[in-house]
Design a protein. Sequence first.
Length: 389
Amino acid sequence: MARAVTAARAKKEKLHNYYDYSLLVLVIFIAAFGLVMIYSSSSYTAQTHAKYNYDAAYFLKKQAFSAILGVVAMLAVSKIDYRILMKRIPVIRITWATVLYLLACVLQFAVLFIGVEANGAKRWLQFGPIGFQPSEITKVAIIVFASYVIYLTPRMLDRFSGFLKVAVYCIVPIGLVLIENMSTAIVLILITGGICFVASRNKKYYIVVIVAAVAALGLFVLFGDAFRMQRIEIWRNVETHPKGFQILQGLYAIASGGLFGTGLGESMQKLGFLPEAQNDMIFSIICEELGLFGAVCVILLFLLMLWRFMVIANNAPDLYGALLVVGIMAHISIQVILNIAVVTNSIPNTGITLPFISYGGTSVLFLLSEMGLALSVSRGIRLDGPEDL
């Protein structure tokens, strides 16, 4: 009898030990591929400019440092039960999800007053040698907090008033980001909308929301800052517009790559023709050096990642875990689609990076931390057998 009880307990513990190693391997592989492409796309610029100390590996070293920190954060977060985000802190009596939300709001407020300007935009906070973009923290905060609000009253989203309630909670951080960076604000809006759409059983009113959002965005572009209308003009006349140079050079890179590319490290456009090729336009260098084959492989890797998110979300132990993974899935898919659309000139330039691959220490650090959240949810999945997933 005792032996049977021990065997049953061991089986029960085994059910709790699932860990999505497929997602882990995918994330690490894409991040490592990103490091290779950052070095390939930035080495010429780095070794020909004094501000980069003539060091060909300047950008690689900085990104690798952030990626290593991100992997450590991912593994640490994955070992923590994600449900802790819903628990109240004893002293201040608010949940960790709320603390993260408030922290994001405070940091976004700080950017308005003490933010550091870079490339004509004030989006950074600098504390001594440490600089970061609070908007990356805000993305995580929106996913965590919106999921928590919906988890508390999931049926409220069956009514339009429920959606408005979630929107009111998220309007402060999104509004603050909108002042600094419209592109990131759009990503945050789409993430929030994606979580709400999945959680709602009544999808009809989303048509109204989409129409209203598109109309509001159009009015904001028309009557807002002139440079936003200028981006649309660049998009429409990229061949002739004086400021369409970057997009045009990116298109040249894509066209010259052909089916299998010119070879890793053999890009011509990165030799001073395509400005800051390691940032938003890195996908064009991938197309040039690895060709259509390489570009499709990258897209397939992201599709595999999204598939693993879907598997985890569908088998999550509770609604909160499922919504967290849905938010992360929305974040990754939105940024991939927008980045590739910009590089191919399918939409006006938005300044959105390609996840895990574009240069950006803050971005890769918090993206990897998000992956830790998804892995943490996967640890709560119960399996009857290895064939279940």
